[in-house]
Write a protein of this length. Structure first.
Length: 131
């Protein structure tokens, strides 16, 4: 079984040399170079990224001490159970990501307290409906 996801991962360094913000190595870029490098990606394009995550560099000891991950079979079982719930709701050929507006309204309506929470977060975080 293959799982296909409409997911894009974009990795951006902080500057041309790649060391801007690193606690152990010095960036060799000038502020002008950094601005020019970051200016290559427009604000409207950056607005379309759902997540912006800074990932610091780990040293060998930190990598070596990471806990063992979950077994692939357990993850696969969990994904398959979620898919089965989606298929029982939407049919064998659709996933949640493929729902149209009518299906989203039918299956994802919020109760009053959830709607109020969403409104508070929307206003507090200055969220936008811009894709």
């Amino acid at each position: 079984m293959a799982y296909i996801s409409p997911f894009n991962l974009t990795i951006l360094k902080g500057c041309p040399c790649g060391w801007h913000g690193d606690p152990q190595r010095s960036c060799s870029c000038t502020p002008k170079q950094i601005d020019a490098y970051r200016g290559r990606i427009s604000g409207p394009l950056l607005d379309r990224f759902d997540m912006h995550v800074e990932v610091p560099r780990l040293d060998y000891d930190e990598l070596h001490q990471l806990p063992a991950g979950e077994e692939s079979q357990a993850v696969q079982d969990r994904v398959h159970k979620a898919r089965e719930r989606q298929w029982s709701r939407l049919g064998d050929i659709k996933t949640n990501a493929e729902m149209n507006a009518a299906e989203t309204t039918e299956f994802c309506s919020l109760d009053k307290s959830s709607e109020e929470l969403l409104k508070r977060v929307f206003n507090r975080q200055h969220l936008s409906t811009q894709p």
